[in-house]
Design a protein around this ligand. Structure first.
Ligand SMILES: CC(C)(COP(=O)(O)OP(=O)(O)OC[C@H]1O[C@@H](n2cnc3c(N)ncnc32)[C@H](O)[C@@H]1OP(=O)(O)O)[C@@H](O)C(=O)NCCC(=O)NCCS
Length: 120
């Protein structure tokens, strides 16, 4: 069976007052987003990007974005979700069940982590 290649992007938006809105973005601002690429729905997707705007960090937005991602039907239907991250973020992803596969032995080398979704 042919594998589906796809991209999934989820964002969290904060509604703003019109007075504070920058030109071209009336009514809302992007607080954070997460991007997954690869073979969704039964395949092996890769969490490529997770970014929270600097002024919104350390308030649980990153956790919320990962939770939203893991509740998405396309991810729930996947066997696993992989990612690369620096060792400082391994505890963050570990909270969701991601486990290190390899790498991340020093602060400058990225670790490869995997969440087994079928076993959740
Ligand atoms: C990583 C990032 C998405 C976290 O977003 P956030 O909204 O600040 O995270 P949260 O507030 O949900 O933090 C949840 C937990 O992770 C920890 N954490 C967050 N960012 C961290 C970091 N850079 N290093 C280590 N721990 C971190 C927090 O201390 C918190 O732990 P606690 O609940 O025990 O206090 C954000 O810092 C970011 O956008 N960084 C730049 C881009 C990046 O590095 N993305 C990751 C790509 S793999």
């Amino acid at each position: 069976m042919a594998r589906k290649a796809a991209k999934l992007q989820l964002g969290l938006v904060q509604k703003g007052s019109e007075r504070d809105d920058p030109p071209g973005e009336p009514g809302s601002r992007l607080v954070g987003y997460v991007v997954v690429t690869g073979n969704l729905e039964g395949g092996d997707p890769l969490l490529e990007d997770l970014v929270v705007a600097k002024e919104h960090r350390k308030r649980g937005v990153g956790i919320r974005l990962v939770q939203m991602l893991l509740e998405h039907p396309a991810i729930k239907a996947s066997q696993r979700l992989d990612l690369y991250c620096y060792p400082s973020l391994m505890p963050f992803y570990g909270k969701f069940g991601f486990r290190k596969v390899r790498g991340g032995e020093d602060p400058t080398s990225k670790a490869f982590m995997r969440l087994q979704i079928s076993s959740r």
